[in-house]
Ligand binder design. Structure first.
Ligand code: BGC
Length: 760
């Protein structure tokens, strides 16, 4: 855990340049706008430790799989949203000396991310090796108002000299992925130009052939007026720039405005990209930095109105939740149904920017409650569109007859992951798609979704479970062998309870959807039956038999659910008793040692109890929580939020609060020692759930909103807002009272601590 960032309600603040933490800060201070984003790399040269990263949503490369020993069924590639051409560079030379913070003496370094307006700011005073001193003040944003525009205002002031300064303003497509499997470069050059005042490069991804045009223009002012400049244009492979020479006068700020346009062939015809990029540049230059920023900040103001959570009396907690909401919102805006939410968003390379079960299991509730209904629906439809690929994935592994096995990691529906214990064994993920449907239908009441899309998916997934179980004549039950549950610190186990429970539930849920569609639209039902070649009677009878006769491991002595058949053979010790130098286990212990231990990476039995809470009485929940929580090391970011929600339900207030800090400040305080690789974007939706479902106790039951709010002792009050079936509600909780205000829409009855309250 590192606590070098200052706490503030709306800002993330780093004071003093700390090269050792630079890559963490590059992640934390990242910017995005749903279409593109980048790590908080410096505009000027930096020869210190850095992970350079710019990303364009949906533009990926299938990096050839690399494994030690090939296993049949492995995918051929791992899809990566690759490091994209960079437009941020503003490289300064003062009389032939480069401004490079790794070689200069740096004072007064401050980096600030203003989450209210989505602005990254940096200021410092640097003394170049020859003694010349400059003060820099840089501001940058990726426009939320126009996802193809980015802008920088870079102000440099000479503090102890006047003289010549050279400014290199480039677009650079000669970039690499640090995690490239074979040290390949992923981009080819298609087009470049450097004219006085602008530079453009169009690059094409190898294999996938996406085109990305990155273009820049600029204006340079001295003392508020256009500066006299000399411009030289340069090009080399995948690179174009303007090198500007100008006079810098002591104490008179020189301001460089750099505007970028980033366009991809996902949104424009390839042969129109350059033309459209030029038009964007003109638009940006004409509008100017202040006006572009105003439009951008307006969008943020609106977003915050929809989804801000306020916490009074605890700055660390307030900063944490806003940071999570900010990062999540700038990663996925819900406007483009082809896109999804990568676990690292635009903040790093790890996880490839692809789609995981995280979206369905963690992110969906946030979008259900804070955005229009179509956003959550789009996320579901995204998986509907991948159904044919899920069927292919299943076929590759030997399943037949339309069984659908959704991938663990995907960009276009194909599996990309290549660790056998996850690719083949972490099978619970295929039912996350079914669970998301339940969440969506419960929340919105839109059962018609089954008719339009959902049922086809459910038939496919149910067929998968039907074939994946086997009958144990020893147990006289169905069992599921050789799996990995959500806890990835155990592989190839038998009867992971979570997996068995979810599988059996899916079979029942599919039946529910069949009943609905049959009862509401016989014609469409007949269509689905024909399309899926569905033998309703035979298949559903089998499904019922399986779900009625599923085996669930249980310890009758302790009266707890067993994570898997062999769990009790392990030495059961508490994570709190581990030596601090062993943590995080995944960086300190051999994999073998981890697998044999009882330590749980992330909620597993508790994940199941969280998802199916109403199936268990409070005592059962308590027993299982008390048993599993002490062995959980939370080395997946997805874990603490589930524990907040369950601890809240059990009245473990202090524990709930501590888990809340862990999920909300996971990246800000680098709890798991891995923020330098990027932020944990998908778990940020879990942080939102921690407040709304955890402290606020919000649930939907039988089409009604229920709340059972309480307030952590450390807080004076908190509030959140949710959209629900055409209404907007604000819930404000303090020590004295809970107020629920209907801000918009028809009157609504909600349940507050079990009692009906009519909101008007
Ligand atoms: C977790 C998975 C998760 C993945 C991406 C892993 O560490 O164990 O459950 O899907 O990260 O967030």
């Amino acid at each position: 855990m590192k606590q070098y960032l200052k706490q503030d309600e709306w800002k993330i603040i780093e004071e003093g340049l700390n090269p050792h933490y630079n890559q963490i800060s590059e992640s934390v201070f990242s910017l995005g706008n749903g279409r593109m984003g980048q790590r908080a790399n410096f505009e000027e040269d930096y020869s210190g430790e850095t992970l350079q990263g710019s990303y364009v949503a949906g533009v990926y490369y299938p990096d050839k799989t690399r494994v030690g020993w090939w296993k049949n069924g492995y995918p051929e590639y791992f899809a990566k949203v690759l490091n994209a051409p960079s437009w941020i560079n503003i490289k300064l030379k003062v009389e032939n000396q480069r401004l490079d913070l790794a070689t200069c003496t740096v004072e007064n370094f401050v980096r600030v991310l203003d989450m209210k307006t989505g602005l990254l700011q940096r200021s410092f005073v640097a003394t170049l090796p020859g003694g010349k001193k400059v003060a820099v003040d840089a501001k940058r944003f990726c426009s939320m108002a126009d996802g193809e525009i980015g802008a920088i205002r870079y102000q440099v002031t000479a503090l102890n000299f006047s003289g010549e300064i050279s400014i290199e303003l480039s677009v650079d497509a000669d970039v690499v992925n640090k995690d490239s499997n074979y040290d390949e470069k992923f981009w080819n050059e298609v087009y470049k130009e450097a004219q006085t005042g602008s530079a453009i490069v169009t690059a094409e991804t190898r294999k996938t052939l996406f085109h990305v045009t990155t273009a820049m223009t600029y204006a340079i002012h001295s003392g508020g007026k256009p500066a006299a400049i000399k411009v030289g244009e340069n090009m080399r492979e995948k690179y174009a720039d303007n090198v500007v020479q100008t006079e810098i006068k002591q104490d008179i700020p020189l301001v460089i405005f750099k505007y970028a346009a980033v366009l991809s062939s996902e949104n424009h015809a390839k042969d129109k990209l350059v033309e459209h990029a030029r038009a964007k540049l003109t638009e940006a230059l004409t509008a100017g930095f202040d006006s572009l920023f105003e439009q951008h900040a307006k969008v943020w103001a609106h977003k915050w109105e929809e989804c801000d959570i306020t916490i009074d009396g605890d700055i660390a907690a307030q900063q944490g939740i806003r940071f999570n909401i900010f990062q999540l919102t700038q990663t996925y805006t819900g406007e483009d149904e082809r896109l999804n939410i990568g676990p690292k968003g635009f903040t790093g390379e790890k996880y490839g920017g692809s789609t995981y079960w995280d979206t369905e299991a963690y992110c969906l509730p946030f979008f259900l409650s804070t955005a229009e209904e179509k956003v959550a629906r789009n996320l579901l439809v995204y998986r509907y569109k991948h159904l044919p690929k899920a069927i292919e994935n299943a076929q590759k592994l030997g399943f037949t007859g339309g069984a659908a096995f959704y991938p663990f990691v995907t960009m276009n529906g194909e599996e990309c992951h290549n660790e056998w214990e996850i690719t083949f064994e972490e099978i619970h993920r295929t039912s996350a798609m079914a669970y998301a449907m339940r969440d969506y239908v419960d929340y919105t009441g839109d059962q018609h979704y089954f008719t339009e899309f959902g049922l086809e998916v459910l038939i496919g997934i149910a067929r998968f479970w039907e074939q994946r179980v086997n009958w144990s004549s020893d147990k006289n039950k169905y069992v599921i062998l050789g799996v990995t549950g959500p806890n990835e610190y155990e592989n190839n186990v038998n009867n992971n309870w979570y997996t068995n429970y979810l599988g059996a539930w899916t079979l029942r849920f599919a039946q529910q959807a069949i009943n609905y569609v049959k009862g509401h639209d016989a014609k469409r039902y007949a269509e689905i039956v024909a399309k899926t070649n569905f033998n309703e009677k035979a298949e559903t009878e089998k499904w019922k038999h399986i779900s009625d006769n599923m085996y669930y491991p249980y310890d009758t002595r302790r009266k707890v659910i067993l994570q898997q058949d062999g769990f009790l053979d392990k030495e059961l010790i508490r994570a709190a008793d581990l030596k601090p130098e062993f943590r995080p286990l995944n960086q300190k212990w051999s994999w073998d040692r981890i697998l044999r231990s009882c330590f749980i990476k992330q909620a597993d039995v508790l994940q199941g109890i969280f998802l199916f809470e109403d199936d268990f009485d409070l005592e059962t929940i308590r027993k299982n929580f008390d048993f599993y929580e002490p062995m959980t090391v939370h080395e997946s970011s997805l874990s603490p939020c589930v524990h907040v929600i369950l601890a809240s339900k059990l009245g473990y207030k202090e524990q709930a609060y501590q888990f809340y800090l862990r999920t909300a400040r996971l990246d800000l305080d680098d709890y798991n020692n891995d923020t330098e690789e990027g932020c944990h974007i998908t778990s940020m939706a879990g942080t939102w759930m921690s407040v709304v479902k955890g402290f606020g106790g919000m649930r939907v039951r039988d089409g009604k909103l229920h709340f059972t709010p309480f307030i952590p002792d450390q807080w004076k009050s908190y509030s959140f807002r949710v959209e629900f079936r055409g209404r907007v509600l604000k819930v404000k909780v303090s020590n004295e009272k809970t107020e629920t205000i209907l801000e918009h829409g028809e009157p609504l009855e909600v349940m507050m601590h079990g009692k009906p309250v009519l909101l008007k």
